[in-house]
Design a protein around this ligand. Structure first.
Ligand SMILES: [Zn+2]
Length: 459
């Protein structure tokens, strides 16, 4: 097992040490999770000595200031010598656990093996054939990536730590972690036995919170396994697609140094009795795109399989399916569900934004595919029937204004001659400015979901 804090990938200091990456700082009765680096690396030599002394006193008094953010046990500051580290300041310092009689569940445990989800899987595999197969595919996947010039790092079971969306320190050991030459991080979890729901959900959240592209990857030699419920739980919510891998594809890819994957599409037959699995080969860039990390920074519209599933279903107008997919995404973003979304015209806002950003119809309306202006105007236009049902639409003008500000292509659509889109947008913005409560509520309620679907809205 290797221990490497991949978030500090460029710092050789951290590479060498098995130091705790995140601690809880209890200063002044607070309990905030901070990175060891933020706490220590900026200290000068005096600051480091002072902190070590006061920390020691606090621990003697039974009030340790720093706890391991992973297991909650007291930790203390350890330094490497000036000679060994080449530094006199806080860059040679790190946190380690205080001596303790019983090992705890912690990725930095000095004794015993941490019980991560992967370790639990390993216990489930123990003594069974899956263990050997899992190891083989994992190793071959890593070798294939290392043979690809666009990859500068690939390693099995690297420890990745970070602060999760809930503010707690969190960690995973992906089966394979790769870093592209342009700095995108891509993790794979190779699943050859049906996973548990908690495993699926936990990983998805973790990698999303760490800004790491991530894929499940299955054994392409065993498509029948995909009919197990655990695999359906995993695959069907991601547009019924999943990456596959096997020895044959590894051998082929290593020959020309181009990573390849199967993209499996699992479809239910019309009689609802069978699944059909079709497959095609895709390359590294497409795999990164389908994880939401295309080249060139955050995409205009989320490109990952889970977002794709929502957009497909909004385009098809299948409300029952849209509701289910929406509810899962909403739960992962911590926003209200489809019923509340319908009331706030969230689906219409999503499809209008997607139409503007992609230049193609994204909703199920009868407009032609290229009728971008008509679709946007229809969204923003006051309802002449007097029922005022478009009022909620117009309260979303802030979101259109935001992408209009940041994207020149959107601005071209809005300013298109003879379309009146600019006038409609300005009128809607003026309405919101006069009575901002509705817009403000929409923004605060739905921002996490909109940012999930339109990553550029974050900035
Ligand atoms: Zn710990």
């Amino acid at each position: 097992m290797h221990s490497l804090q991949i978030t500090d990938f460029h710092s050789p200091d951290i590479l060498t040490a098995n130091l705790i990456t995140h601690v809880i700082d209890q200063r002044d009765g607070a309990r905030s999770v901070v990175t060891a680096r933020d706490m220590l690396a900026g200290l000068d030599a005096e600051g480091l000595a002072l902190l070590r002394r006061s920390d020691h006193l606090h621990r003697q008094d039974g009030n340790p200031r720093f706890l391991c953010a992973f297991c909650g046990c007291p930790v203390h500051i350890r330094v490497r010598s000036v000679a060994a580290s080449g530094h006199v300041d806080g860059r040679r310092a790190g946190f380690v656990h205080d001596p303790r009689p019983v090992p705890r569940d912690c990725p930095f445990a000095s004794t015993g093996k941490a019980s991560s989800p992967d370790a639990i899987d390993a216990i489930r595999f123990n003594g069974r054939q899956e263990g050997a197969r899992h190891r083989l595919l994992k190793t071959r996947l890593c070798e294939m990536l290392l043979a690809d010039k666009r990859i500068k790092f690939a390693e099995c079971e690297v420890l990745v730590t970070g602060i999760g969306a809930d503010g707690r320190a969190t960690w995973r050991r992906p089966d394979v972690l790769a870093v592209t030459t342009d700095g995108r991080r891509l993790a794979f979890d190779l699943q050859i036995a049906a996973p548990l729901l908690t495993t699926i959900d936990g990983r998805e959240r973790f990698y999303a919170s760490q800004g790491i592209a991530w894929h499940w990857i299955v054994d392409a030699n065993q498509p029948r396994l995909l009919t197990l419920q655990g695999f359906q739980d995993l695959i069907l919510p991601q547009a019924s697609r999943v990456l596959g891998f096997n020895e044959a594809i590894a051998a082929k890819s290593e020959q020309d140094g181009q990573s390849r994957f199967h993209l499996l599409h699992v479809q239910e037959d019309n009689d609802h009795r069978h699944f059909r699995v079709t497959t095609r080969l895709i390359g590294l860039e497409m795999a990164l795109g389908l994880a939401g990390f295309p080249a060139g920074g955050p995409p205009l519209v989320a490109t990952d399989l889970r977002a794709l599933a929502l957009r497909q279903t909004l385009r098809s107008g299948n409300d029952i399916r849209a509701a289910r997919i929406f509810d899962l995404l909403a739960a992962s973003c911590g926003t209200p569900d489809w019923t509340a979304a319908r009331r706030d015209h969230v689906p219409e806002a999503i499809t209008t934004l997607a139409t503007l950003l992609t230049g193609r119809k994204a909703d199920a309306s009868r407009f032609p595919d290229e009728a971008v202006s008509a679709i946007v105007n229809n969204f923003l236009r006051p309802d002449l029937s007097g029922q005022n049902s478009n009022l909620a639409n117009r309260s979303w003008a802030f979101a259109i204004a935001q992408i209009d500000d940041s994207d020149p292509q959107v601005r071209q659509w809005v300013d298109r001659p003879k379309t009146k889109t600019r006038a409609l947008l300005d009128a809607a913005l003026a309405e919101s400015a006069a009575d901002p409560a509705q817009s403000q509520r929409l923004r605060s309620t739905w921002s996490p979901l909109l940012q999930r679907l339109f990553p550029r809205l974050k900035s």
